[in-house]
Design a protein around this ligand. Structure first.
Ligand SMILES: Cc1cc2nc3c(=O)[nH]c(=O)nc-3n(C[C@H](O)[C@H](O)[C@H](O)COP(=O)(O)OP(=O)(O)OC[C@H]3O[C@@H](n4cnc5c(N)ncnc54)[C@H](O)[C@@H]3O)c2cc1C
Ligand code: SF4
Length: 343
């Protein structure tokens, strides 16, 4: 690991002075200053030489101020510094927002969940082998303009939705898939000290011709909370994760589903997020629209899944993923529809 300066910040609005973040610059994997939360992704990438920050800003002193988990009639607020395990085991989330609790509980390992934060989790980097191994020169995400070794290489785990000719990396996380399905917002404190909110769906960017720009964040932007609006659908919700190993593995395909029925069992609202085979946390708007006004059965679930996967583009080894994604969504919809009514 290369030498770096370790700084610490005591208040969110002090971030700018602390690390001299450059307002004009883009936030990329090679930005000179990076926040350190649980460190489970960042330190990993520093050891691999993928990230080589000159300044690390330890934000753990902000934990007490930004880790509360609060629910009321308007919805849910999740402090970004809460540990994954705090949210996964929270009784209110397990009852009223099971899709969120399950997405966290099925992620990583108990040790990692105890260490990692919600904010760090949504910003984790792709597990694309060529991105993580600097002996490969061609990786547009790590070295813009260098090419993409994965397109013709080992790409079984990579994405089929949202990809571009410049990058087919998949977004690896689980929690973000639940957040995008439920229409969450992310709360950010910028280097000016001003707070702003944006739809979570806009936080991550598609690769296009700039795969090194992964989010809408600017250098020094600190995520402090996630806000999930209340809705009758959040209780009838689940997260289905398909992976090679039953635990401690990233998703090959996943679906976050939340449904609201009328008294006759007809869909009033459907919220669907997809993961594992997508370039960024993916809201399946077309599939949601296809379900409204219908009962959930094999036929309607398959039509919705067809709509969700219509734009899939495969790249060799990952040719099985559109079908796996389709089946994952169909199964998630049928399982969510069969859940008992929660009063
Ligand atoms: C073996 C292994 C298996 C895993 N399996 C899974 C899995 O199945 N599912 C899954 O979802 N994840 C999985 N993970 C990923 C793990 O969940 C992430 O490493 C973790 O959530 C990152 O959180 P952290 O707090 O440690 O972030 P850090 O590593 O500290 O930070 C990650 C990035 O986010 C930035 N950052 C952190 N907090 C903030 C903030 N508040 N505002 C702005 N920027 C911030 C940092 O600067 C850094 O760039 C796995 C990890 C490992 C090592
Ligand atoms: S898929 Fe993206 S991250 Fe992987 S090698 Fe290609 S450009 Fe790099």
């Amino acid at each position: 690991m290369r030498p770096f300066q370790l700084l610490s910040v005591q208040q969110a609005d002090e971030v700018a002075q602390c690390a001299s973040f450059d307002d004009a610059a883009e936030l990329t994997v090679t930005s000179p200053a990076q926040f350190l939360a649980g460190g489970t992704n960042l330190l990993d990438l520093m050891k691999l030489g993928v990230m080589t920050p000159e300044r690390l800003v330890d934000i753990s002193p902000l934990t007490a101020a930004h880790s509360a988990i609060e629910a009321n009639s308007d919805g849910l607020k999740l402090g970004a510094f809460a540990h994954m395990s705090d949210a996964a085991d929270h009784p209110v989330l397990r009852r009223d927002y099971p899709v969120i609790a399950q997405s966290l509980w099925k992620a990583a390992s108990p040790q990692l969940r105890n260490m990692a934060t919600l904010g760090g989790n949504v910003l984790q980097r792709t597990r694309c082998l060529y991105f993580r191994d600097t002996s490969w020169q061609a990786c547009n995400k790590r070295a813009p303009g260098s090419g993409c070794a994965a397109k013709e290489g080992v790409n079984r785990r990579l994405a089929v939705l949202g990809v571009s000719e410049h990058c087919i990396a998949n977004y690896p996380g689980d929690f973000a898939i639940a957040l995008v399905a439920l229409g969450a917002e992310v709360e950010i404190v910028g280097t000016s000290g001003q707070t702003r909110r944006m739809p979570f769906e806009q936080l991550h960017r598609l690769p296009g011709d700039t795969p090194h720009l992964e989010t809408a964040l600017r250098p020094g932007d600190l995520i402090v909370a996630f806000h999930v609006p209340a809705g009758a659908w959040t209780r009838r919700s689940l997260y289905l994760k398909i992976r090679d190993r039953a635990s401690y593995d990233f998703a090959l395909a996943s679906a976050a589903v939340a449904l609201e029925f009328d008294a006759q069992g007809v869909v009033q609202q459907a919220r669907i997020g997809l993961g594992g085979f997508v370039a960024k946390p993916w809201r399946a708007h077309e599939a949601e629209a296809a379900l409204v006004g219908k009962r959930i059965d094999e036929g309607s679930a398959n039509l919705a899944a067809d709509a969700a996967l219509a734009g899939a583009v495969v790249s060799g080894e990952n040719a099985f993923k559109p079908e796996l994604g389709r089946r994952t969504l169909v199964r998630a919809l049928l399982e969510a529809a069969a859940l008992p009514e929660v009063s």
